[in-house]
Design a protein around this ligand. Structure first.
Ligand SMILES: *[C@@H]1O[C@H](CO)[C@@H](O)[C@H](O)[C@H]1NC(C)=O
Ligand SMILES: *[C@@H]1O[C@H](CO)[C@@H](O)[C@H](O)[C@H]1NC(C)=O
Length: 237
């Protein structure tokens, strides 16, 4: 998604910094390793990268920031920038202390997007009998791939999700994650826009008709001072 955007970003004034998470999950467990990558689209050269966490500067100037074992205080909003770029997108990180977590890249998807869910255990302890649930219903999935993937989401994939798994002899449930799938076509707003424009076009059309009528009336009177003696449709000379 970022590469085709690049030429447009370059056209739209100052270059932008783009911040991504690796692995891509916005929600992680305490102790997980997380790397934030800051991509700066600008001419090569030395540029010191600045980082913000919850709006405060971090004492880091590399283009990637690795937290080997996250804790709760690492939660929050991250952004990066250089003096030659605008501020990057804001990346949210949510750290929790649970046994099990249903990881997602984000909570909002557009219809047609790929959605990957991952049932993740604390310290990646061995998990057995993993089950994913959507609105309380057990989801069939390929146990070989472990992740639950929907290659093209539709509005039917909105709703609440959680996973369940066994660690040793105990069964654990992840907290629930609520996902929203949106329709990218702004159908309702564009049809309401048409209704908004109709009075405008009616008024413009009326003005044009009145104006044209006035023009021909005037022209007729100028060309033919002895009105009504000549054919009214003879316009001009
Ligand atoms: C950043 O904000 C998040 C969420 O508001 C909070 O949980 C976290 O403790 C904050 N961390 C710092 C260092 O300000
Ligand atoms: C699950 O999805 C993540 C993110 O796309 C990927 O990095 C990981 O390899 C996947 N895990 C498996 C077992 O396929």
């Amino acid at each position: 998604m970022q590469l085709p955007l690049l030429p447009f970003l370059l056209l739209l004034g100052p270059p932008r910094a783009v911040l991504t998470l690796e692995p891509p999950w916005f929600n992680v467990l305490q102790g997980d390793k997380v790397t934030l990558n800051c991509k700066v689209f600008q001419t090569p050269g030395h540029h010191s990268i600045e980082w913000l966490h919850n709006g405060s500067a971090l004492p880091i100037h590399q283009n990637s920031y690795t937290i080997p074992a996250v804790n709760i205080e690492n939660s929050g909003e991250y952004q990066c920038w250089t003096e030659h770029t605008t501020l990057s997108n804001s990346v949210k990180l949510q750290v929790s202390s649970d046994w099990l977590l249903l990881q997602v890249e984000r909570l909002e998807f557009m219809e047609g997007d790929t959605m990957i869910l991952r049932c993740h255990s604390w310290r990646s302890k061995r998990l057995h009998k993993v089950t994913y649930y959507h609105n309380g219903k057990d989801l069939k999935f390929n146990h070989q791939t472990f992740n639950y993937t929907v290659s093209q989401v539709s509005h039917t994939h909105s709703g609440s999700y959680y996973c369940q798994g066994n660690m040793g002899h105990s069964t654990h449930l992840s907290p629930t994650v609520v996902i929203t799938v949106r329709d990218p076509r702004p159908s309702t707003s564009s049809s309401s826009k048409i209704w908004y424009y109709i009075p405008f076009y009616l008024v413009m059309g009326l003005l044009f008709a009145v104006d044209t009528g006035l023009y021909f009336t005037l022209k007729r009177e100028i060309n033919d001072p002895k009105k009504n003696t000549r054919h009214p449709l003879t316009l001009g000379t």
